[in-house]
Design a protein around this ligand. Structure first.
Ligand code: NAD
Length: 272
């Protein structure tokens, strides 16, 4: 028996859009690694992107990379230290003044400082405070400032970047692990508080990813770690995380809310 396509004009079962074209996004930590990959991918999909980061030179580079391909109105650079009070509101204001709207907030900026139970008190206090401010508090502040714009958008999306350190743990990363577990809690609470038809809040937990953050580890050590710990036996790429972020931003992902999604090659489900 031959199965033929339904005649033109027949009812279509598929109704949800997989296009983000025409949206405006704010991506933090967009000068490097996963943030840069996300800014590029969103721009490739027709999104106008606010590239927000502390690193002024690299912000300029990423904006140039995007506008060279997609035209002068495709990206705006905003230099901001998001760990400071006031910076998050300013960043949202600059991006919305430029874009005229805000559909997508990707809370990606983060730092990883070595600390723990045995470092001296001054180092511990400084590391703890800075890590919480950048990795966790800035995400809450950005959502609060962005909320009126996200609520006005037809498909408002918040994607928070946590880490597999929110699920499993590495020694001497106490503040980092606590901040990332905080991101998962923040995501769940916001999803319950502000999630509704047309606005979702989700979170990604990347595993080991090749970026500037993991550059400090020697290549051989990374290869050994990946072989032992990651079922896929390799580090992930920044783009592989960016693609998950894009998936969560699609209008079609309209019923995904409060999810905590590992992108880790299976690392966190490995038993032996
Ligand atoms: P990266 O170092 O390449 O990029 C981080 C970016 O954040 C940099 O451009 C940096 O300038 C920016 N940033 C840092 N502090 C900032 C501040 N106060 N204000 C504004 N911008 C600031 O690192 P990445 O690996 O792409 O990290 C992106 C996110 O992914 C981070 O939240 C990180 O914790 C998380 N993460 C990384 C890995 C990994 O293996 N690389 C794994 C899990 C989670």
């Amino acid at each position: 028996m031959t199965v033929t396509a339904s005649p033109a004009g027949g009812a279509r079962l598929t109704t949800l859009s997989r296009s983000v074209a025409g949206s405006v996004a704010l991506v933090t930590g967009a000068a490097s690694g996963m943030g840069r990959a996300t800014a590029h991918l969103l721009a490739d999909e027709g999104v106008r992107v606010g590239v927000v980061d502390l690193d002024e030179a690299r912000v300029g580079d990423v904006v140039a990379e995007i506008t060279d391909v997609h035209g002068p109105d495709a990206a705006l650079g905003v230099v901001a230290d998001l760990g400071g009070v006031g910076a998050c509101g300013d960043a949202v204001e600059q991006v919305t003044a430029w874009g005229g709207r805000l559909d997508i907030l990707v809370n990606n900026a983060g730092i990883s400082l070595v600390d723990g139970a045995r470092v001296d008190e001054e180092d511990f206090e400084a590391s703890w405070e800075r890590t919480m401010a950048v990795n966790l508090t800035s995400q809450a502040r950005l959502v609060r400032h962005a909320l009126p714009h996200l609520e006005a958008a037809p498909a408002g999306r918040v994607v928070n970047i946590a880490s597999t350190e929110a699920i499993v743990a590495t020694a001497s990363l106490a503040a980092y692990a606590a901040s990332k577990a905080g991101v998962t809690g923040l995501t769940r609470s916001l999803a319950v508080e502000i999630g509704r038809d047309g606005l979702t809040v989700n979170c990604i937990c990347p595993g080991p990813i090749e970026t500037a953050m993991t550059e400090r580890f020697p290549g051989e050590a990374k290869a050994t770690y990946a072989r032992r710990r990651v079922p896929m036996r390799r580090y992930g790429s920044a783009e592989e995380v960016a693609q998950m972020t894009l998936n969560l931003c699609l209008p079609a992902s309209s019923y995904v809310n409060g999810a905590v999604i590992p992108v880790d090659g299976g690392m966190t489900v490995r038993h032996t």
